[in-house]
Unconditional design. Structure first.
Length: 244
């Protein structure tokens, strides 16, 4: 089996590390990738082809993990060449997943839940071809939601409305605590109700949010666009905070 990777950020890097079997080979391309990504690909030892069109043609399964704003363009350019199953792992709206399915014949919508570079993330998938990906359960906890493309995307968005809004609030609260020289005490009092691991997890969440604020802002924009008729007061405030 050949698994093709479009994008070699934390998601695909971790999947490449976790999915190991003698009968599975990975391929990707350096086409239009940044210098940092090209360096990471070369260090990984993954087989490199000249173009992503070649990658799509030769893959039994094609993982796309780039960014929400490029997901549809990638599907339009390369999804039509995919002879196997196309798995999109970007934080995109259900509307975008349905548009992707117009260009990709064998499409599955995916969501990585948990820290994307951890050893035990959970992969949620939806779509009629989910059964073709259940073998991944040997390497990563893989759970089918339904046969409907878009359900995994909705689940991702619902989770993001909570996690990213909470992250924005943590950033603001930590800043205030620092200003008053009470950062340690701030986390101590919250740990009394939130648990002993709260401080470490909060600081990790803050660091991750600040270092990936552009991507997380794109994800919030997708949420606001999709749930445009709902009350999203807190989500909109989080987007404003992350955009500063």
């Amino acid at each position: 089996m050949i698994i093709g990777l479009i994008g070699f950020g934390k998601v695909n890097q971790n999947l490449f590390k976790l999915i190991k079997a003698n009968d599975i080979d990975f391929i990707t391309s350096l086409e239009d990738r940044s210098d940092k990504t090209c360096e990471n690909i070369k260090k990984s030892g993954i087989q490199v082809l000249d173009t992503f069109e070649e990658v799509a043609i030769k893959s039994d399964i094609l993982f796309c993990a780039t960014s929400p704003k490029t997901a549809l363009d990638i599907a339009q350019k390369y999804g039509k060449h995919c002879r196997g199953t196309y798995l999109d792992l970007n934080n995109i709206s259900p509307e975008t997943t349905l548009k992707i399915s117009e260009y990709v014949e064998d499409f599955v919508d995916g969501a990585i839940i948990g820290k994307i570079d951890s050893e035990n993330p959970i992969l949620y998938i939806s779509g009629q071809s989910c059964h073709k990906l259940m073998f991944l359960n040997e390497f990563i906890d893989t759970r089918k939601i339904s046969d409907s493309v878009g359900d995994a995307a909705i689940l991702k968005m619902l989770r993001s409305t909570y996690t990213k809004t909470l992250s924005a609030l943590l950033i603001e609260s930590q800043k205030l605590a620092k200003k008053h020289d009470l950062e340690d005490e701030f986390f101590d009092v919250l740990s009394l109700t939130e648990g002993d691991e709260f401080k470490g997890k909060s600081l990790s969440r803050i660091e991750n949010t600040l270092s990936n604020s552009k991507r997380k802002s794109e994800e919030l924009e997708e949420i606001i666009s999709y749930f445009k008729n709902e009350d999203l007061t807190m989500v909109k405030a989080a987007l404003k905070k992350l955009s500063q």
